[in-house]
Design a protein around this ligand. Sequence first.
Ligand code: CUO
Length: 722
Amino acid sequence: MSDLQLRQRQILNLFERVAQPFSPKPDIVFELPEFVFPSSVGAVPPTGSTRPSLSPPADVLNIPELELVKTVPRGRLFSSFHPAHREAAYALVRIFKNAPTVADMLNLAAHPDIRDQVNEHIFVFALSAALIQRQDSRSLRTPPIWEIFPGKFFETRVRSEAQTTVQQQLNKQFSVTKPIIIDKNFAATDRVVENKLSYFREDLGINSHHWHWHLIFPVEATADIVNPPDRRGELFYYMHQQILARYDAERIANGLARVTSYHDWDQPILEAYFPKLTTANGAIHWASRPSGLVLKDINIPDEEVELGIEFHIDDLQLWRTRILHAIHKGSVVKGNGQVVHLDDKTGTNTLGELIEASQWSADKLFYGDLHNFGHIAMCYIHDPDRSHSENMGVMGDSVTAMRDPIFYRWHKFIDSLFQQFKATLSPYSAQQLTLEGITVNSVEVHRNQPPTPGSTRQKNLIITGWQESIVELDRGLDFSSSTPVQARVTHLQHEDFSYRIQVTNSTKTSQDIVFRIFLAPIKDHSGRPFSFREQRLLMIELDKFVARVTPGANLVKRKSDESSVTIPFERTFRDLETAAPAVPLAPGGNNVKRTNFCGCGWPDHFLVPRGVPNPGMPFTLFVMATSWKEDRVNDETTTATGTHSHCTHTGDDTKKLCRNAASYCGILDDKYPDKRPMGFPFDRPPDKSITTLAKFVEKSPNITTAEIRIQFEDRVIRRFPQ
Ligand code: CUO
């Protein structure tokens, strides 16, 4: 086993059954130095581990102070929105990042004081964060979060069925085990209209994306841990705005009105959510949120099982007022009195840090902790002082928050703050919206598959349906099994398609062009066409890429699975065990799609919204060409080759190994690869005279639009074997 393979296997081993005492596999060696087993803690070396003959530097591998890390006890839920929980988690991230080598870090992680005594959610959070942030671990992969914590994704019933499956294997009742079938609407029935959206809110890939995003863009980290990621606050705005646009497209397809902002905080929340999830192997449930509850002041005392937190809903009101004051005055004031103007270049970013609120907030004392405390207020709405000793609801954890309908209403409110700021900026000028010498004549989408009976069109039609994928449960449960325990989940899928863009370059030289592709519904749920002011907020980014356009006519082709917003379905524990670790690509290599990614990215099975049955749901497809020469951020990020504009051809191999989908996740340790504001050209309201999309694009030959349809077929579509 190579060193890389050993590290990869160690990571998988460490992430197995994290709620249970660590059990190293017989062939995986953790070289725990002797002094990490002090008799005072009574720790016993795990079976299979060996004691090293070498003496590592004592100041590094000595077990560090864990008091702060352990303030959130093992077996309890963890909230990355809770300041004290974050502090505990980051104390452990810091310990892991300070280990001199990856091997040291993994050996440290296996130490019984850490692996068996630290809160299991904090352990996974901290080790995942350290693996992403360390430059020397970029070729190593973590397993999908749903296999580490199946309890955060699958209802409790699945766990008992898994136990039955294992028992049947032991009794040899069945030689071949069947996967457990997980209903795509397990949490509720369609009798409640909001539950029609369960396939979106409870999707594995969507929730995994959200967890990874918050892992990569931590709120709490200090500079010794992470340099402020480039345009982090703006990404907070944009990534969540895009979630809302995508959710609205699904709502419209299901006959529902767009999501409404939750800003009347003394009004009851009518949309209920009953998660039916348990964690700690069934011992702890996530609280339900029945309809009609009203936000209350949070007053949770310090006690054994949770860290206390106290704030008033009035505090949220006050922070909102101060933030709106800043937006309308056009500036925020830092703690030291320095005035920071909210300009069109950095204003969104400054506001994002302020609203979320991260440690990069201009003044957290004054502008508060609005977004994070909203999550906390909602996750304890049922027991705001824990007088019933109830656990939090799903809004408290970034892995589960997107399951709850209130997530979208809360984020719609958060987004409304950004939109109020955007409305203070000048509309884009004709010069910003045009590109001399480049005409985008037309765009079409083409299906890659032959037409199925009943749907013969190939052009400007995208077919969606369901895909069944197998996930493995046994590594995340509290019992081991010699054969895998699998579940079959059903999730949205679409047929592969390609864009064909006709472009004329009337200059005399080849040009590197950025193509910006968006999609938005044309009509609302009642069939009323959207005005441009409404439709611009529904624009979903599908892709952004660079291609070279030669003088004269060009046909630019792009495949749907090359999108800059998506990543493929994550690999299982088993895949990762057998796969060779990623190795640095050859210069110019581009085989990153299926092998190298870090987990942040919209799931590619949800690239496009579901649409409706035959004849399909009409959407506007929008393509804009801008100049790469003007939009590129630096010379190192990429060269234009018509491939991904975000991960190839850098001088630094570590970056190539870790492919995030850059549009929503940026690039690790690098600049966001586009100078334009995120969401350009739809992030600002247009001039008042522009009321239709046609008028918006009429003076821009570098923009074209097409009407396409997305047709949902209630059948299984297979895009890749699972
Ligand atoms: Cu992602 Cu509120 O920020 O959940």
